[in-house]
Design a protein around this ligand. Structure first.
Ligand SMILES: Cc1cc2nc3c(=O)[nH]c(=O)nc-3n(C[C@H](O)[C@H](O)[C@H](O)COP(=O)(O)OP(=O)(O)OC[C@H]3O[C@@H](n4cnc5c(N)ncnc54)[C@H](O)[C@@H]3O)c2cc1C
Length: 435
């Protein structure tokens, strides 16, 4: 049996971005809201919740603090509630364990009435003055219908797997997003190869390097990049992840924005220095013994295709600087080939012809996160998005540090007043000169 209810706002997906929105809405507004997620419970990238990995942003980028440091949903209140504040005080680190961030977010979920799991949004249609949201409730096996004045798409990202690497047995060849689910079988292989060189690749390499002493596998790391390079983390460089830069970036033309993204590559791609240091320390310590485990690390190497041959996998590789093709064999392969925005198929079915596109799959989005429709006149109901924003809002689009500022703007826009104060002129850098 379906239900018919009208909401002020419905959130599609409950990752950190929409969870922050749910917490901020519940704490300071009277809005009637509901958030849906297809998974049974909140888990933040569970396949990558590797022991000893940290959040890449300071804990202040929790779900609420930038809007309201006094919020009961703050990370500090989570610590206090769990009697962990003194331990954290002596821990003296801004970057908290990823597993703890996940636990913190789950603690916030447990207090919110608006979050419903087991619920996939399978369609949204424009009803003229509101949206109709169709839910597949996987717990009850029922279809549910809701109506909402506004919707916010927070569907996150999905693994990017290259064409020549699809369709192989997942226990042997899988994306990093699945890493922990298959780790027990992976480490039983006699050779393991990681393909790619972002933060996820480095974390998986470090984890397997740490495990290697208890196993006898050959561990290989192949990447197309020029080197295993560090993320630019200077403090003034990090100011590009402040809302002030988003203001500047959003005001540029589409072409200038695309150019700017390329120039900021060092800020977006690369590996956290602590992870790289940990890797090097282990490699150095291993090298003291003549029985050191077998390791290959090779940048400048593109993997184009992987095929199964008997019990092993053959990787078609190319050292692109030397222009030399070769093949490489491995028992297990982990693909650290990145992520792409997760825009549900129904979105295109319903909205493709109605909205303004800046380029293929790059919809036009207003500064306050509304997808732009061709016919904007008298629109009182809005489709907001916190997904697929890099082209419109810049390099920090997938950075947790900007989630709260984004949600402040969405809430203020929906309510029509400044529920939360927007903070600007917050950093030392400026990006244009007032003349
Ligand atoms: C391994 C990893 C580590 C990261 N670490 C950091 C970090 O340390 N610091 C940082 O700033 N950023 C980090 N990021 C980047 C970014 O902060 C995260 O990807 C973050 O989870 C994005 O939040 P989100 O809410 O957009 O999406 P997600 O966390 O991906 O959540 C989206 C949710 O939407 C749900 N969903 C999708 N489609 C539907 C549907 N049709 N119906 C219902 N539910 C749906 C999914 O089930 C999912 O739960 C990391 C990314 C990854 C992959």
């Amino acid at each position: 049996m379906s239900r018919h209810e009208m909401y002020d706002c419905i959130g599609i997906g409950i990752g950190p971005y929409n969870l922050s929105l749910a917490a901020l809405m519940e704490e300071k507004t009277e809005l009637k809201v509901k958030f849906f997620d297809q998974t049974p419970e909140f888990q933040w990238h569970p396949g990558m919740l590797i022991n000893q990995t940290d959040l890449q942003v300071p804990f202040i980028a929790d779900l609420v603090t930038f809007a309201n440091p006094q919020s009961r949903y703050s990370y500090l209140n989570y610590l206090h509630t769990h009697n962990r504040l003194y331990k954290f005080f002596f821990f003296q680190k801004f970057e908290i364990p990823r597993q703890e961030y996940n636990d913190y977010a789950r603690w916030v979920v447990s207090q919110l009435r608006s979050c419903q799991f087991h619920s996939e949004v399978i369609g949204v249609t424009d009803e003229g003055d509101c949206y109709k949201v169709l839910i597949d409730n996987r717990l009850t096996d029922e279809r549910e219908i809701y109506y909402a004045k506004h919707v916010v798409m927070g569907t996150g990202s999905k693994p990017l797997i290259l064409d020549g690497m699809k369709g192989l047995p997942v226990g042997d060849v899988h994306h990093t997003s699945q890493y922990l689910f298959h780790k027990n079988t992976t480490i039983k292989g006699s050779s393991i190869t990681i393909v790619g060189s972002g933060q996820s690749a480095a974390e998986v390499f470090l984890d397997l390097l740490t495990e290697q002493v208890n196993h006898s596998y050959q561990l290989t790391w192949l990447t197309r990049s020029e080197g295993i390079l560090q993320l630019e983390s200077s403090k003034l460089g990090q100011e590009f992840f402040a809302p002030d830069y988003v203001d500047y970036f959003h005001g540029l033309t589409y072409e200038k924005r695309m150019e700017a993204l390329k120039t900021l590559d060092q800020l977006r791609n690369g590996i956290d220095p602590d992870t790289l240091n940990n890797i090097y320390n282990i490699l150095y310590n291993h090298s003291v013994s003549d029985k050191s485990p077998s390791i290959t690390i090779q940048p400048l190497t593109e993997v184009n295709k992987i095929r199964k041959e008997g019990d092993r996998y053959v990787l078609n590789c190319r050292q692109w600087q030397e222009d030399r093709d070769f093949s490489y064999q491995s028992d297990k392969v982990i693909l650290a080939t990145g992520y792409k925005p997760n825009i549900p198929g129904w979105f295109f079915d319903e909205f493709e012809d109605k909205i303004v596109w800046e380029d293929e799959k790059k919809y036009k989005v207003s500064r306050n996160y509304k997808i732009q429709f061709k016919e904007e006149s008298n629109r009182g109901h809005h489709f907001y998005t916190v997904t697929n924003l890099e082209h419109s809002h810049g390099a920090g689009a997938t950075n947790l540090g900007l989630a709260v500022d984004r949600n402040i703007q969405i809430i203020n826009d929906i309510v029509g007043e400044n529920v939360y104060e927007v903070q600007r002129n917050t950093i030392f850098s400026q990006f244009t000169m007032d003349i």
